[in-house]
Design a protein around this ligand. Structure first.
Ligand code: KG4
Ligand code: ZN
Length: 334
């Protein structure tokens, strides 16, 4: 079965063709990073305009690269939320129109489910149940995937998302958007010797908090500036990264131990972070837990993960929607 995936929830316009939820035939991504970099973050209005500009070209390229035509496609899957409303509207409207005109089924995909499915594309044998740690620009959460389409929330952030904290700290350190990869790059040259807020980890608490750590870094930078002291940005990045990744890594492993599941799947943009990967590998190995990460190009937003999630929803007869009814949604509870 061939599923056409469409993603436009933030600053990537992407269209993909995926066979049977596992094999990528094409995954075309038009990134707007260079445009938003000029403003230090994603400007929603500019994102929407660029999706409008790019979506038809990206769609044509995705079909061409997969060597198929729209007639070969069995179903259309689109991210309907969560994300920036104006950005979502573009992909959703494009998918609705395609579905309406061709009569092919339309599947509404939750962006987070897409991130989780990124792992099915990387590991052909991976199957639920497993514990999943979601670490993105909008979410920090632990869920239990009972099957391909049923998830139970284990814990979530009480304030900011981890990616949001990376981006904010990057900006305060004078680094470009997107902050996460640049903080990681700076951290590689520094030492994690500043203790911002080493919160004690409670074994059965699976919620996260990032606003305290973020504020502690900002205060540290402001205080140093006021005193006219020179700050070693590499050390700040290394120390922040250490504490930010400690929290998710420790809780993810504890969640596996508590649920009795030996598979831990990581998803979302921050899963590209090497410090997090190394830490998880070490902690999980000690406990006999196997860790799965999407390959690097599938960590951040792309349509292949949406097509894969769409395929499993279609098989489960879930979220197959009337194209006339589908509405983009900016916030969806996990
Ligand atoms: O999943 P994603 O592409 O978009 C959302 O759905 O939110 O995640 C984007 C987030 C951004 O906050 C970005 O800074 C972060 O992922 N990110 C990273 C790295 N690569 C991307 N954070 C830390 N280290 C990285 N290497
Ligand atoms: Zn995302």
């Amino acid at each position: 079965m061939l599923v056409l995936g469409i993603e436009s929830s933030c600053d990537e316009t992407s269209v993909s063709v995926v066979r049977d939820g596992r094999e990528i035939l094409s995954n075309v991504i038009s990134s707007q990073i260079d445009i938003h970099k000029l403003y230090g973050g994603v400007v929603p209005e500019i994102a929407s305009r660029n999706h409008v500009k790019n979506i038809i070209g990206v769609y044509e390229e995705a079909l061409k690269e997969a060597r198929v035509t729209i007639d070969d496609i069995n179903a259309i899957a689109v991210t309907y939320g969560a994300g920036l409303l104006g950005a979502l509207i573009v992909g959703v409207n494009f998918a609705k129109t395609l579905s309406f005109i061709t009569g092919k089924p339309l599947i509404a995909v939750n962006h987070i489910e897409g991130h989780i499915a990124g792992n099915y594309l990387t590991y052909k044998q991976l199957e639920p149940p497993f514990v999943c740690l979601i670490v993105s620009g909008g979410h920090t959460a632990l869920v239990k995937m009972e099957d391909y389409v049923t998830r139970k929330l284990i814990g979530t952030t009480l304030d900011d998302a981890i990616g949001e904290a990376f981006d904010k700290v990057a900006r305060e350190c004078g680094l470009n958007y997107p902050g996460g990869p640049n903080v990681q790059k700076m951290a590689q040259m520094g030492e994690a010797k500043i203790h911002f807020i080493k919160a004690p980890q409670k074994k059965n608490d699976f919620n996260f908090s990032y606003s305290g750590l973020k504020t502690a870094v900002i205060n540290y930078l402001h205080n140093a500036k006021q005193r006219g002291e020179k700050v070693n940005i590499s050390d700040v990045c290394a120390s922040f990264q250490e504490e930010a990744t400690d929290q998710v890594a420790i809780k993810a492993v504890n969640a596996c131990l508590k649920s009795g599941l030996k598979k831990l799947v990581i998803s979302g943009g921050v899963s590209a972070n090497l410090c997090l990967r190394n830490k998880l590998d070490r902690l999980a190995k000690e406990k006999g837990i196997e860790v799965f990460y999407p390959e690097l190009k599938l960590c951040t937003d792309n349509a292949a993960m949406i097509a894969s999630a769409g395929y499993y929803n279609y098989l489960a007869k879930k979220n197959v929607v009337d194209p006339k009814e589908l509405k983009p949604t900016s916030v969806i509870p996990l």
